[in-house]
Design a protein around this ligand. Structure first.
Ligand code: GDR
Length: 341
């Protein structure tokens, strides 16, 4: 029987992949979206028209408890995927209150609506590796102690604990997918991978000169959003609710990402200098193409984060399929198609 699902935050990168996968499985997909832009619904505009027309969209802010209560009570969803969040770590440092309202109140609204009005509904919360803070020893797994370093990370730790509490003490089917960085051709521009790809494509085409970045020695475990949303569905499909890490287990620096992206468009770089004076030149033209801008540094930035997805592999049969080079290729193609004049 086809399941009736709700995806909150359906308009973002992950919403696109999740909606597509669930529609392909024959689910009846409802989406909660903050507001419908006139030029299509964010990443959903990239779905095939036949799929777009099957979506049932509800427009509301996640912090509107009355609306969420009514929706959950009326529809009696089989599954709710709670993706809606203020997802930028950098923004959470500038705007902690907005981040707390969206992330903490949003999840609390959804979870209590389910508990009080539709207790058979399954709840999947997309958590984050940010709740672990810096890597100390080995890779980070479900048993790694949490030590967040940003308001965003704190809200994701709260969400993880709330979901566990509702599962263990209030009898809800509730699970957290602890997602490490996941990128794609539909990534938002506030994130470093998209910023790098956009700038490299424009520099290669002669429309931009220089890419300005913050800490290029930060290291991340970057996977593909489509692979991670496949994992999230596997969590929901298991009878036992539980928490799972999704990661590639490979650690790379922002600087590695910059070098690889430039090499994809045929530009080799030579690096010079240290700290905020570090720069990169285009080896063949000798033009300055990368510089450091201390404005993009973050207090409490996580130096490195790398996940161990053994549990997801063992119990869900999940593994990442798309390597970083393929992710960068997809991002470059999308950028060339959409932003070049
Ligand atoms: P992150 O992603 O904070 O890891 O959170 P982001 O891409 O913003 O930063 C990654 C690293 O790059 C460094 N950096 C810069 N970052 C941005 N945005 N812009 C810059 O110019 C820049 N220069 C260097 C950052 O300091 C950082 O170390 C992502 C989000 O998707 C979260 O929602 C998710 O939960 C976590 O990943 C897992």
């Amino acid at each position: 029987m086809s399941r009736k699902v709700l995806i909150t935050g359906i308009g973002g990168q992950d919403g696109y992949f999740l909606a597509k996968l669930l529609l392909n499985k024959g689910c009846k997909v409802h989406g909660l979206i903050r507001e419908k832009p006139s030029n299509g619904i964010g990443s959903l505009a990239h779905l095939e028209e036949s799929q777009q027309s099957q979506l049932i969209l509800h427009e509301s802010n996640i912090s509107n408890k009355g609306f969420i209560d009514e929706l959950v009570a009326e529809k009696q969803f089989d599954d709710i995927y709670h993706l809606a969040a203020q997802s930028s770590v950098a923004r959470s440092i500038q705007h902690p209150r907005e981040t707390i309202e969206t992330n903490i109140l949003g999840l609390t609204n959804i979870a209590t609506s389910i508990r009080d009005r539709s207790p058979q509904t399954r709840l999947l919360f997309t958590g984050s590796s940010e709740m672990f803070g810096d890597i100390t020893s080995g890779k980070q797994s479900e048993s790694t102690p949490t030590q967040p370093q940003s308001p965003y990370g704190l809200t994701k730790e709260f969400g993880y604990q709330l979901v566990r509490t509702y599962r263990e003490h209030y009898g809800l089917w509730a699970a957290t997918a602890i997602l490490f960085n996941h990128e794609s051709e539909f990534r938002g521009q506030q994130f470093v991978t998209k910023k790098i790809v956009r700038s490299v494509v424009r520099i290669a085409a002669g429309f931009d000169d220089v890419l300005s970045l913050g800490n290029i020695y930060a290291k991340r475990d970057w996977g593909y959003a489509g692979d991670y949303m496949d994992g999230v569905i596997r969590v929901m499909e298991r009878n036992e609710p539980d928490d799972y890490v999704f990661a590639t287990g490979k650690l790379r620096s922002v600087k590695d990402f910059v070098n690889t992206t430039f090499s994809h468009v045929g530009i080799d770089l030579d690096w010079f200098g240290d700290g905020i004076d570090e720069i990169a030149l285009n080896r063949s033209s000798q033009n300055l193409v990368v510089k450091i801008d201390k404005h993009f540094y973050r207090p409490g930035d996580i130096k490195g984060t790398c996940g161990d997805a053994s549990k997801a592999k063992l119990l869900l049969g999940w593994q990442p399929r798309t390597n970083l080079s393929s992710i960068i290729s997809k991002m470059i193609s999308q950028e060339q198609d959409t932003t070049l004049p």
